[in-house]
Design a protein around this ligand. Structure first.
Ligand code: ASP
Length: 436
């Protein structure tokens, strides 16, 4: 394994100056041979992302309305990029071809993918690299999952020496139709390319210098995470840490290719390493929380003696098509914690159905909860973590509504009132930030 796969996010490729910076980064290390670009992102906070404009173009055109506004902005951005970077090929011809297709595609995938496609063509030209279209070698199954054959197909195309550009965000269905990953999916493409090429590292270049131990909007001086395992990251991103697409770890986890999160604007900063196993023994690596949860509390005397009680309650959720997150239990009580967007207003109906099905002594629905995950594989068999966490919450005068520790002993989840979310995250952060 020698090559490096580099994925560059939208803000890293938003204008010609940024693209030149990306070219410098790539050329600084001859091992950086597999390049995965996103579509151009925002140049400033009020700017528009090319991908958002492509979705808008498709949406407007499908309603037979005049889509010239998004189409013109997209054309201007790409023509300006091509001019400033001095590329020779005729980008207008590509834009015309895309415009001619917009009505043909019922789903927005083809249009949405064109930001990465065009940016990939531009970057390949600037770098003098070979352009590889993922429509030919990243395949989805009918079910929408990635077809693992993609690794072999891509690997074949990326063989031999030289530099390659593979646009992120899309592949194709078995019938050849373009399909995209979910938003932010170029991270997933990068991971697939890293695996297909047996890269020794997957560098994910973005606009921040790695993950922080807590959301910097809540703890502005939160420390950078130097090292985090795939499993720890999965737990944190589930609760809202958003630097990397949460599916990006799956392709690289098995071959244990580390992901290095780095900042295009500050390439000398060390970033965050995502690895199979940490060298550091720090018990807690990060804290993430989010609002928007509700909890169904059910009470019934001798619940544990009643065979099938839990199943009947959960079956109601299944029938309503609602997934649940956590299920802490007591002696005669069980609680089911559900995201509000899953409930989608069906909470009272579900409570009524559980009441009919399970005949509990007591049932109620509590809304307005926030869940906070304190994550670290070093917690395993480490005495005093829960005590420290609860002590910090008590000192900050935050009431813990519910607490849950999974069997993996790498995550303690506490539920608090939404209004206490930020206070609680800060308290937990300061309790663990310097605890080695
Ligand atoms: N351009 C796509 C998006 O905005 C994919 C990506 O940037 O990763 O979601």
């Amino acid at each position: 394994m020698s090559g490096i796969t580099c994925k560059f996010g939208g803000t890293s490729l938003a204008d010609a100056a940024s693209v030149r910076q990306v070219v410098n980064i790539i050329q600084a290390d001859p091992d950086r041979r597999f390049i995965v670009p996103s579509a151009p992102g925002k140049r400033h906070p009020q700017d528009k992302k090319i991908t958002d404009l492509l979705y808008a173009w498709h949406n407007i055109a499908q309603q037979d309305l005049d889509a010239s506004e998004p189409a013109d902005i997209i054309a201007d951005r790409f023509l300006e990029l091509a001019r400033e970077l001095g590329v020779a090929f005729d980008i207008q011809k590509h834009l015309d071809a895309i415009g001619a297709q917009v009505k043909r595609h019922k789903t927005p995938d083809y249009m949405a993918s064109r930001g990465e496609y065009l940016n990939g063509l531009l970057l390949a030209e600037v770098l003098g690299a070979t352009f590889v279209d993922p429509a030919d070698c990243i395949r989805f199954k009918e079910t929408g999952e990635l077809d693992p054959e993609s690794y072999g197909l891509l690997g074949e195309r990326l063989k031999g020496g030289g530099l390659f550009v593979v646009p992120g965000f899309y592949g194709a269905m078995p019938n050849g139709e373009i399909k995209t990953f979910s938003r932010g999916g170029s991270d997933v493409s990068g991971a697939i390319v890293a695996r297909a090429t047996h890269s020794r590292i997957y560098e994910n270049w973005t606009d921040v210098s790695g993950f922080r131990m807590a959301d910097p909007r809540i703890v502005p001086d939160a420390r950078r995470i130097e090292e985090i395992t795939y499993r720890e990251l999965r737990e944190l991103s589930y609760m809202g840490a958003t630097v990397l697409h949460d599916e990006a770890i799956y392709p690289v986890r098995e071959p244990k290719i580390p992901i290095h999160i780095r900042n295009t604007k500050a390439p000398d900063e060390p970033g965050t390493m995502i690895v199979a196993e940490r060298v550091s023994v720090k018990p807690v690596v990060g804290i993430a929380g989010r609002a928007g949860f509700s909890m169904i509390n059910i009470e019934k005397a001798l619940m544990n003696k009643e065979r099938g009680f839990g199943r009947r309650a959960l079956m109601v959720l299944e029938e309503f098509g609602v997934g649940w997150e956590h299920m802490p239990t007591g002696i005669d009580t069980m609680s089911i914690i559900i995201r509000d967007e899953e409930f989608n207003g069906k909470g009272p109906l579900i409570v009524k159905a559980i009441e009919e099905r399970c005949k509990p002594d007591e049932i109620n629905l509590v809304t307005g909860l926030a869940m906070i995950a304190t994550v670290g594989q070093g917690m395993n068999h480490h005495i005093g973590i829960a005590a420290r966490l609860c002590g910090a919450m008590a000192e900050a005068r935050v009431n813990i509504r519910v607490i849950d520790q999974g069997s993996s002993e790498m995550n303690i989840i506490v539920g608090v009132e939404e209004a206490d979310l930020e206070k609680a995250v800060r308290a937990i952060y300061y309790a663990f930030a310097w605890w080695e």
